[in-house]
Design a protein around this ligand. Structure first.
Ligand code: HEM
Length: 133
């Protein structure tokens, strides 16, 4: 009785596409990340932060992080968000600028509103570890 009540929702979940799937898997995520990082590089509000960054490495880690955070088959191998962004002095304005750059690339790649909101729901909670002033 109880096990059936617990099993039924589990069965319903089986085959339900993850956010990772609905975003289009790794190729689609990598395309968004590519475009997103290009937007950031062109964004005078925040591009100075990335002047000395290894951009291919950053793209790889963002792709991993999004994959892992959306139910994809990846392990994030980068540093934690607090350590990574410590002493950068990122403000809420900087953070919002970066989110704007991400949304531009999600729109460009025709990611539906529902999936955009879900992705922002995954990344948004990282704000408190990234914004330090
Ligand atoms: C939700 C928002 C953000 C996410 C998910 C995010 C994620 C990441 C990740 C995964 C890395 C690579 C970590 C590593 O090197 O091990 C990284 C690096 C970096 N992030 Fe963010 N970040 C966010 C917001 C920001 C903002 C707002 C800024 C500044 C405006 C920023 C500036 C940087 C810089 C400069 C690096 C490169 C550090 C380096 O070259 O070593 N990030 N971020």
């Amino acid at each position: 009785q109880t096990s059936q009540m617990v099993d039924a929702p589990m069965k319903a979940m089986k085959g339900t596409p993850t956010l990772y799937d609905r975003l289009g898997g790794q190729p689609a995520i990598d395309a968004v990340v590519d475009d997103f990082v290009a937007n950031v590089a062109a964004d005078k509000r925040i591009n100075k932060f990335f002047a000395n960054s290894n951009i291919p490495k950053l793209k790889r880690l963002l792709g991993e992080q999004i994959c892992a955070g959306t139910g994809g088959p990846c392990t994030y191998t980068g540093r934690d968000m607090k350590t990574t962004h410590a002493r950068m002095g990122v403000t809420e304005r900087h953070f919002n600028a970066l989110v704007e750059d991400l949304v531009m690339s999600l729109d460009k790649h025709k990611v539906p509103q529902k999936e955009q909101q879900e992705l922002l729901g995954v990344l948004g909670p990282m704000k408190s570890d990234i914004v330090t002033r």
